[in-house]
Structure formats: C-alpha cells, structure tokens
Design a protein around this ligand. Sequence first.
Ligand SMILES: [Ca+2]
Length: 196
Amino acid sequence: MISIHAAALAGGLVFAAAPALAADTILAQSTFDSDLDGWTSTVNGTVSWSAGGGHPGGRMLFSNDTSDSTFVVAPAKFRTGAIDFKKLNNKGYIVFQHELVQNGGTGFVAYEIDMTGPGGAAVFTGGLPLNKLNNWQTVVAPLVQGNWTVSGGSWTALLNDVEDIRIRIELIDGSPDVEAIDNVKIVSHPKGFVPR
Ligand SMILES: [Ca+2]
C-alpha cells in the first residue's frame, strides 16, 4: 500500500474520499421580515406587509372581499439576470410557504406558479390546500418540465429568459378571505431530480 501511495504522489495524483453530494443552495429568497421585498400584487390593494405572524418573522398578507384570482409577482432578483434558469433545469426548484388565515369562502383552488418569458410560458399546478387555518403549508415546484404545463413556446426557450414569476396567493374561492405567503426561494439542487 505504501508503494502505491508513493507512486500516486509522485504522479501528482490525489485520492480524495468519495465526493459528497453538492449541497442545495438558495439563489434568491424573500423572508418578508422587514418589508414586501419588492413583491407586488395583480389586484391593487390586496397585499400588504405584516411584521408578525410569519414563519418566522414577517409575512406577505393577502386580504380581500371579492372573488378575484389574485397572484403575487416576484421582484427582479427572482428572474433571469440574477438567476441562470438554464443551469437549474432538472437541478433546481421554487419553494414557498402558504397559510390560510381566514376562510369565508366556498371552496379552494390549487396552488399555482406561473413562469413566462419571451421564449415561452409554463404553469405549475399543485394540490389543493388543507382546510386548516393558521397552518403553514410548504409548496415545492421542481424545475423539471414534467412538473409544469408548457402553455406557449418551449420549456427550454422559457428557461433561457424567465421574465415573470407569479404565485397564486388567493386559494379560497369566495370571500372574505385572508391568506399569507412566507419564505419564497429559488434553490439550486445540484444532485438533480429523477425525471418523471
Ligand atoms: Ca418571514
């Protein structure tokens, strides 16, 4: 063994232990602990910052008394320019947490994330929320084409330039309803997903 080791050193080789799987890395996130962090709403006047009640800290709070379908729109740090989505294909995910605070409605619609850009558009549809107030649910959307419905262009062309990401914050059909989002993240997952 000693002679082999010496020969390896002489040849400039280094034997390392089996490489550990690369760790997940957060590439962008909003924890809403000091403000809305640049998030906006598709329906004016429905989204505000709440200093408390988050998971933990602050949260993005939605409240309305109509039957709109309200989404929140991600700030620039979640889009291409700050993030290389091509590198995240099959190796990244979007995650957020959602909470039902008050439910005066008649039913639910599913979790949803929309991504659009000049090359395409895609929709991630999750399950329905649990009918449980003040309970944070974690929603994970792998950046794997099979988890999305491509509604225009192509998945690859979309990932070349993701210009808009929006998350459905209003899951209650009817009103009044109050809901919240916290901990939106785009995460690199280098070990990758097994394609569906
Ligand atoms: Ca928070």
